[in-house]
Write a protein that binds this ligand. Structure first.
Ligand SMILES: Nc1nc2c(c(=O)[nH]1)N[C@H]1C(S)=C(S)[C@@H](COP(=O)(O)O)O[C@H]1N2
Ligand SMILES: [Mo]
Length: 372
């Protein structure tokens, strides 16, 4: 590690026992906001309410003059402006995106990083060109194994100066399940600056780290990428010195729109007795959601909720709902999803050092008031 950089950028660490969230984490949390959970009422998240996670600064970017290069082990290297990209047939996919660190703040011990609770999620209609169409144009060599994606943002992380870079296996990059997009529109408008203007990668079903924003280069390579965001960060590991396993697809999760009304400071929920609609969304990047269950007694008993049929948007969250007859008292509400591959959300979170892939069930304490 460079001595000067080491002074401003330390190694990864987990919090000391009892250590609260510090000012550095507060600064991250204020830059990288989550989805207000009530916004799950919308199929497509309204502009500005989708969660945001940006490691460094949002780069100054103009569509005019922006060039995406495709090079490395290809027959025909490409340089594409945004108008050239728009001349390919456009494809739109509705995709639920979630940060791999969602849920991290509840781990114990807590990995010190962006302290998400459960709200690092959003759903958008992304429009762009299928990546496989661009790669077919360029013609990867027979011995190519990966495509490496580089964003225009630059920073230091854990002592390593870098552009934000991630790779995908060539089979994923050139395949159609999921249909990876080089996107230039979000919800029918040019990408907002914080979501990657003017170009980003969208990898349906994968956690957020794969969805490279401010995309400027695609490099087809003969060897697997060993850059920081691939080989150091975003690995499931128990200790700092093991290689760990790559973080890829989104584990199943259901979230509830907190019912009733909140206290400003504590956000504790209050409601009046009677029939209460419990509703929210469920998704999985691994296989279709097959069941959603709700508990009103802190996970002791569960009953099935009604889930919308899959519909045409295979990579988008689905609405679920059930009615609850609330009597005065205190409750903890929870919801859990299971998918067609048999993955079910755990009641307690298995721990990993980076705090990735946390899909332990949400717990919502509520107070039901006595009748007026
Ligand atoms: N260039 C670049 N791409 C990036 C990131 C980044 O910091 N720089 N953050 C990644 C992470 S960790 C997440 S969770 C998603 C967040 O996408 P969003 O801000 O559009 O919701 O972008 C990914 N793509
Ligand atoms: Mo993320």
């Amino acid at each position: 590690m460079d001595g000067h950089i080491g002074r401003v950028s330390g190694p990864a660490r987990v919090a000391e026992p009892g250590e609260g969230i510090g000012l550095e984490e507060l600064a991250l949390a204020a830059r990288n906001h989550g989805l207000p959970l009530e916004a799950m009422r919308d199929d497509v998240t309204p502009p500005g309410l989708h969660y945001v996670l940006t490691h460094y600064d949002i780069p100054a970017a103009a569509a005019e003059g922006w060039e995406l290069t495709v090079n490395g082990l290809v027959r025909t290297p490409l340089t594409l402006g945004t108008n050239a990209l728009r001349s390919f047939p456009a494809v739109t996919h509705r995709v639920t995106m979630e940060c791999a660190g969602n849920g991290r703040a509840r781990l114990s011990p807590r990995p010190v990083s962006q302290p998400w609770l459960v709200e690092a999620v959003g759903t958008a209609d992304w429009t762009g060109v299928p990546l496989r169409v661009l790669l077919a144009e360029a013609g990867p060599a027979a011995d190519a194994v990966e495509a490496v994606f580089t964003g225009a943002d630059h920073g230091i992380e854990r002592g390593v100066e870098q552009d934000y870079q991630r790779s995908l296996p060539l089979a994923v990059a050139t395949g159609d399940d999921p249909d990876v997009l080089v996107a230039y529109e979000m919800n029918g408008c040019p990408l907002p600056p914080q979501h990657g203007y003017p170009l980003r990668l969208v990898v349906p079903g994968w956690y957020g780290m794969a969805q490279v924003k401010w995309l400027r280069d695609i490099d087809v390579t003969a060897t697997p990428f060993t850059g920081f965001q691939q080989a150091v960060a975003y690995r499931y590991r128990q200790s700092a010195d093991e290689p760990g396993e790559a973080v890829t697809r989104i584990a199943p999760r259901a979230l509830m729109i907190p019912p009733g009304f909140p206290d400003f400071m504590s956000r504790a929920r209050v409601l009046r007795p009677g029939r209460v609609l419990l509703e929210g969304r469920a998704w999985s990047g691994r296989a279709p959601v097959t069941a959603v269950e709700v508990s009103t007694d802190d996970g002791r008993s569960w009953r099935a909720a009604e889930v919308d049929p899959p519909g045409e948007h295979a990579w988008a969250w689905r609405r679920w709902r059930t009615w609850w007859n609330a009597a005065p008292g205190r409750y903890v509400l929870s919801v859990r999803a299971g998918d067609a591959e048999g993955h079910v959300q755990p009641l307690t979170q298995p721990w990993n050092r980076g705090g990735f892939g946390n899909n332990a069930v949400q717990r919502i304490p509520v107070l039901c008031l006595p009748p007026d």
